[in-house]
Design a protein around this ligand. Structure first.
Ligand SMILES: [Zn+2]
Ligand SMILES: [Zn+2]
Length: 320
């Protein structure tokens, strides 16, 4: 089974995105790139170099529903005469174009984000939506954990690896333990667990970092020899990366706890203290990161949490 990486430009800060063509029957594309002229041209080029046409694609499989990964899914499906689109059900909140406004607002208010900032974030994300088409429920098939994607000469197994988003999936070729991991595993950066509603109870927030740690450990059980990420170069030493991620997460947690004043602070306060110079979409990513670490520290009983009005306020636990 030939897996062909194709790198596409994106208009986003993260830089180029990697998508993967499984170049045998049925021709399958894992992730699509954003909906831009530059990305579709680069994709056509890459698919052609592998000896195929976009119209030949029979299956479009999405690691998750961020614009840089899923943006072209609908136009490719149309061009490829109704190729099947597969994505995990837990991506629904993102599938329709990031979070629904109302759910988004509630989560941000709870994290202590000021109204004016929420409004700015909403506008930014409305702009992001232009880079992806949304899908209706009947337009995709749900990708189940452990689902086998069969090919002429082998199979890829879907592994649900929530964390970065609730429905993030990775794909493993067990014959040589190669993994395609989307944004779950990135060589140079620790992926950001994005603030999301819990797919089972949308009034709650998804415990992204706790889930992410489980996903990293689950991937480790396969002892991957090669991991293709959604951005940047492939990872050849997963064990080293796994330990590096764990260290980075523990260090960040210690920093987050140390930033909590005696009087308590919201996730927004912590994110501003951690990343004082961020603006635009990075403020959303920063508050996502703060919430993720505070949630994990709280579930490990390292900090206290109380609700003050609509806001959640975290405090250090003082010994007395
Ligand atoms: Zn992503
Ligand atoms: Zn990405």
């Amino acid at each position: 089974m030939r897996i062909v990486p194709i790198t596409l430009p994106t208009p986003f800060y993260i830089g180029p995105v990697n998508v993967y063509l499984v170049a045998e029957d049925p021709p399958t594309l894992i992730d699509t790139g954003p909906k831009t002229k530059e990305a579709i041209e680069a994709l056509r080029d890459g698919v052609r170099r592998a000896g195929f046409r976009v119209a030949d694609i029979r299956r479009i499989v999405l690691t998750h529903a961020h614009e840089d990964h899923c943006g072209l899914a609908r136009s490719l499906r149309d061009e490829a005469k109704d190729a099947e689109v597969l994505i995990h059900d837990w991506e629904t909140g993102h599938r329709v174009g990031r979070l629904e406004h109302e759910e988004h607002r509630v989560l941000l208010e709870r994290a202590g984000v000021p109204q004016q900032e929420i409004e700015t974030m909403r506008k930014l994300y409305e702009h992001m939506r232009l880079y992806a088409d949304s899908f209706d429920d009947h337009e995709y098939s749900s990708l189940e954990d452990e689902a086998e994607l069969e090919f002429e000469t082998g199979a890829l197994r879907a592994i649900h690896t929530p964390g970065h988003t609730p429905g993030s999936c990775s794909f493993i070729r067990e014959a040589d333990r190669t993994v395609i991991a989307g944004d779950c595993v990135l060589k140079r950066i620790t992926p950001n667990p994005i603030l999301s509603p819990d797919p089972i109870d949308r009034s709650q927030r998804f415990r992204s970092l706790a889930e992410y740690l489980v996903s990293l450990a689950r991937l480790r059980t396969f002892a991957p020899t090669l991991v293709h990420g959604g951005h940047g170069e492939p990872v050849h030493d997963y064990e080293e990366l796994f330990n590096r991620y764990l260290r980075a997460i523990r260090e960040r947690q210690a920093q987050v706890i140390s930033l909590l004043p005696k009087t308590g602070a919201t996730a927004w306060d912590v994110s501003r203290a951690m990343f004082p110079d961020t603006d635009d979409v990075h403020r959303f990513l920063a508050v996502s990161e703060a919430v993720a670490h505070l949630d994990l520290a709280h579930s490990e009983r390292k900090i206290a949490l109380e609700v003050s009005g609509v806001k959640e306020v975290y405090r250090q636990i003082t010994a007395n």
